[in-house]
Design a protein around this ligand. Sequence first.
Ligand code: NAP
Ligand code: MG
Length: 496
Amino acid sequence: MPRLTHEQWQALATSQTFEGRAFIDGNYLAAESGRTFTTVNPANKQTLTEIADCGEADVNKAVAAARTAFEDGRWAGLAPVRRKTVMLRFAELIREHADELALLETLDVGKPISDSLNVDVAGAAYCVQWFAEAIDKIGGEVAPLAPNLHGTVTREPIGVVAAVVPWNFPLLMASWKFAPALAAGNSLILKPSEKSPLTAIRIAALAQQAGIPDGVFNVLPGAGETGRLLALHMDVDCLAFTGSTAVGKKIMACAAESNLKRVWLELGGKSPNIVLADCPDVAQAARTAAGGIFFNQGEMCSAGSRVLVQRGIYDEFVAELKKAAEGYRPGDPLNPATGMGAIVDEVQYQRVLGYIELGKQEATLLFGGHAVHTDTGYYIAPTAFETSPGARIAHEEIFGPVCAVIPFDTEDEAIAIASDSDYGLAAAVWTRDVSRAHRLARRLRAGTVWINCYDEGGDMNLPFGGYKQSGNGRDKSLHALEKYTELKSTLLKLCP
Ligand code: NAP
Ligand code: MG
């Protein structure tokens, strides 16, 4: 399909209009309080539009609509094949509106338009399609019981699901929640980050157009407080969260304080990317490592932000990493050739620059280390430090284009450094030796281990989530359905 040019995207951006209201029970509505907040384009610091700031009254209204829709079975009660048909149509509508959705995402968060199209929107459409296709393929079990008993084990939708999602892949992370939750028959309330509400708000109308009944898919824009109200709500059955570990802990506490709703957390990371001297190709490993930390401006939960390099290849690797980083020169996100866009907002920009200043004190700068295009927007050059494993920049999640490169000597040392983290989201190992690869993969406590690649697996078949303080539960794959269903045992005693 022919794609648009830089000038065409700029023209579209100028004429784009924005919906900023909540979507509750099938209607776009202002917040009851009338309160709004602004969402800003970080590439040029211009305000895009006003967004409804949903409070308690809106939360109550959305939860009540979702509850009614769930109880009367307008969605949960449909034959799985009917839900499948509607969701396949939903996936198609996302594809038909790909340019518009990609534009909204890029304007809202500053990511390159090519990534919005090829990763975020394409990935969200595929996720909806994948779970749609699964709906009528999975059944329950018949338990192996005594001859006079008949027992079935079935999965039922859990009820009202709230999904609270972050700003780094707004639509994609949302789809990893809403697609399996809707496929399983739940009603849903989506709370996007205040930094990135536009695609969530827009997609609600596409869900309705596809035939998802009113009340089943609701969107409540707002700040963290809106998420907290959902986490505390007595009539929300499940809260699926992607975001920081700090907020994940608060959400668990809210569940404990309220109704013990199921809480699923996809949290942060500081993932080690371990390059051994016998890796198949140093230049390839370095190019992949650059993508692992500089893609999406480094705003990635699974970023390979700690690159551990065995000393024998260290100098060669660092030279190749520097060369590869040139492919991520920050530029206008609306240019299809741009490899790195703007940081999402001023708060995150200052946070990343703060870590860069810290790095200059506690480590050695290898390249980058400064902001660029400062008169235009929030851009930061791809940056790497050589550091000892104990440095703060080697421990704390920066969530920006900053790489901690750590030299090591032995395999055991690499594992010790890699394991010295509260996080356990992902890890990678580069080696030509198959036994060594598996030996190390077994020792790494992470939800995903890549061998001779990084961030591969854009398909939906591999579950994604964390060990340790990177969270619990898994997005993607059929395992994701476990989060949005309850398991029911039904036992029938047969008459003699
Ligand atoms: P965040 O600050 O934790 O926010 C995530 C979401 O929670 C946002 O919608 C936020 O709303 C909301 N929120 C804030 N305070 C809340 C509270 N007290 N109760 C309920 N909800 C609340 O994270 P972020 O800065 O958006 O995203 C970056 C983090 O997400 C990083 O740590 C990253 O590693 C993680 N992440 C993890 C994955 C994964 O799959 N494991 C994927 C992507 C990102 P507001 O933004 O409106 O305040
Ligand atoms: Mg914005």
